[in-house]
Design a binder for this molecule. Structure first.
Ligand SMILES: [Zn+2]
Length: 173
């Protein structure tokens, strides 16, 4: 595993921030259904290069800090690939670009990858939730209200059209 990670990260390590690992536990059904979820990314993530042991990428700390204390929590939306029956009860690893460690302050590189380990189990304390249809419908609420004026405009336009037709009919006689 270590040599595979080394091979993957070595050529691109100077072009983006360090890669991070985060393990997320969620109900197995969500994996079976390929659910859309969102979760709060912790401020400190495990360094992917050393797995927490400490290396040059993480300044020997084993951890990567992705935001300062006063920054608001980062919510990451993810749609899980639907788990097939032959995959049994196993979890999976998703590679999410630009959600990993921050690049060095000198450089204008994107953030590293987030290797999200999705493990079936109790969600526990981790703030993770499904973004299901009802949730999306609730989000659409204000948008629907926003469209109301255009319905009025359509009704007014229709009335004007009827008035024009009537005027044309009566005018013609
Ligand atoms: Zn490290």
């Amino acid at each position: 595993m270590a040599h595979i990670l080394g091979r993957v990260t070595k050529p691109v390590v100077s072009e983006r921030g360090p890669d991070a690992v985060y393990e997320l536990r969620l109900p197995g059904e969500w994996l079976d259904q390929g659910a859309s979820i969102e979760f709060e990314l912790p401020r400190h993530l495990t360094c992917a290069a050393c797995g927490g042991g400490g290396c040059d990428a993480c300044g020997r700390s084993g951890a990567l800090t992705v935001r300062s204390k006063d920054e608001p929590p980062e919510i990451v939306p993810v749609t899980l690939p639907q788990r097939q029956s032959h995959q049994g009860q196993s979890g999976l690893v998703l590679r999410i670009p630009e959600c990993g460690g921050l690049p060095a302050t000198c450089c204008d590189f994107p953030r590293g990858l987030l290797l999200l380990k999705v493990v079936p189990g109790e969600t526990g304390a981790a703030p993770v939730r499904r973004i299901d249809r009802t949730h999306l419908a609730a989000r659409r609420g204000p948008v629907r209200a926003h469209f109301r004026p255009s319905v009025h405009h359509a009704a007014i336009a229709l009335l004007l059209l009827v008035a024009l037709i009537l005027a044309w009919c009566f005018g013609g006689r």
